[in-house]
Design a protein around this ligand. Structure first.
Ligand code: HEM
Length: 160
């Protein structure tokens, strides 16, 4: 998953940077307590959780590596999911609610960027489920993933 050329914006830039990701996680975690499937999962949530997830997503989507620098990187994130026994129903609701939040927060809706966004959400939530289950992979086995445009670079009709 690499960027097609250096002039192509990162997904982070395309999405609207840190402000947009903060709006996204703020809307998402404001909705969680009212959701019967997810509310119990996040009952003990830290007040800073929305900010930490925004910083994580920024790093994944090609923005500043703040989660690695200040929050313990991939091992810390993975550890947060250990033993939580996330169900498929909870995973799906997480994705559904995050996509609703993306619309409400005004993230871009063009087919290319939304496709890579969903691509990451599918992968990331499935990884969270794997870490939360029995016999998880070693938590220190990976860096924070860096997501690229892959097969769907942004559509920029005025560029050659
Ligand atoms: C792409 C998918 C996901 C991402 C990017 C993500 C991201 C994160 C991050 C970065 C943390 C650690 C925050 C910190 O630094 O303190 C975290 C914790 C957590 N995650 Fe996830 N997560 C994902 C999927 C899920 C799913 C599907 C669930 C359950 C349905 C879940 C439940 C939790 C819970 C309960 C915590 C601990 C919250 C707290 O007590 O503060 N996550 N997640």
């Amino acid at each position: 998953m690499t960027r097609p050329d250096p002039a192509t914006p990162s997904i982070y830039e395309w999405a609207g940077g840190m402000d947009a990701l903060r709006r996204l996680t703020t809307v998402f975690y404001a909705r969680v307590p009212g959701d019967p499937v997810l509310a119990p999962v996040f009952a003990g949530m830290d007040a800073d959780h929305p900010e930490h997830v925004a910083v994580w997503l920024a790093e994944v989507f090609g923005g500043p590596a703040g989660y690695t620098a200040h929050r313990g990187g991939h091992p810390h994130m993975a550890r947060q999911h250990l033993g939580r026994a996330i169900t498929e129903q909870q995973r799906r609701r997480w994705v559904e609610l995050l996509l609703d939040a993306a619309d409400e927060a005004g993230l871009p809706t063009d087919p290319e960027s939304r496709a890579v966004f969903v691509y990451y959400l599918e992968w990331g939530t499935r990884m969270a489920l794997v870490y939360s289950g029995e016999d998880p992979p070693a938590v220190d086995a990976a860096d924070v993933p860096r997501w690229g445009w892959g097969q769907t670079p942004p559509w920029q009709p005025d560029r050659p």
